[in-house]
Design a protein around this ligand. Structure first.
Ligand code: VGL
Ligand code: ZN
Length: 232
């Protein structure tokens, strides 16, 4: 018998990423009821939230780089290619708070990311320096830090006596933090087997093109499903 430890990982369902926030994703608030339904009725062993949580002078903010524009401009931030954004999800502000409609009553573990101003962290598992060349990591030893999320999930699965881990990822934004999180998840193992990772696509919204994001996820070995196949 294969006992599966099933995790619902809800990425960055925060005020900053919904209409009215500082980095709004179109229709981002529309996923909140579905996120709650999946959390309550998806049969998960555990629901985990990630929270984008930046210092006010984070290096991903266009405001920190004279003459640079958010969304369109990229810089090299400590050796890592960095798209620039509006100031968003600054620690201690309402923008960084979870959406008020998101049911957090079942959440035992929350992962904050993007706290180091020197490197961004789209993924809930590792910062954006994860795949930097060894020489670059030697120069900037903070690149590629783990948030501890994969170890946390392995420990929870082991405590539950599970044989394998499955992670369903939802949230904002599909083509940035959801995609980076799901792709990093595929690279993690439990008991010698990779985490089985799926994105529940109707419980996400994208900044750019959804079809491109879905193709990119499938190419990386991430399953792409609809909530109707989860909420049976
Ligand atoms: C995100 C850009 C910058 C996201 C976070 O949650 O997708 N995107 N910070
Ligand atoms: Zn951010």
């Amino acid at each position: 018998m294969n006992k599966i430890y099933r995790v619902l990982l809800r990425v960055d369902i925060q005020n900053g990423f919904v209409p009215g926030g500082n980095l709004p994703v179109a229709d981002g608030d529309a996923i909140v009821p579905l996120a709650n339904d999946l959390s309550r009725n998806g049969g998960y062993d555990e629901v985990i939230d990630s929270q984008d949580f930046h210092p006010a002078d984070h290096g991903s903010f266009a405001s920190q780089h004279a003459g640079r524009q958010p969304f369109v401009d990229f810089i090299i931030l400590n050796g890592v290619n960095q798209q620039l954004w509006t100031d968003h999800c600054v620690e201690g502000t309402t923008d960084a708070d979870f959406h008020p409609g998101l049911d957090r009553s079942m959440v035992k573990h929350t992962v904050q990311k993007g706290r180091n101003k020197a490197v961004d962290s789209y993924s809930a598992f590792y910062d954006n320096g994860k795949s930097a060349a060894p020489a670059l990591k030697a120069q900037y030893p903070f690149l590629g830090q783990s948030t501890g999320l994969a170890d946390y999930i392995r420990a929870q699965a082991a405590a539950a006596g599970a044989d394998t881990v499955e992670i369903d990822v939802i949230g904002l934004a599909l083509d940035y933090c959801v995609a980076f999180t799901a792709k990093d998840g595929v690279g993690e193992t439990y008991n010698g087997s990779p985490f089985a990772v799926r994105v529940i696509v109707d419980a996400c919204r994208a900044i750019g093109d959804v079809n491109n994001a879905v193709a990119d996820l499938k190419a990386a070995g991430v399953g792409v499903v609809d909530s109707t196949s989860v909420l049976v």
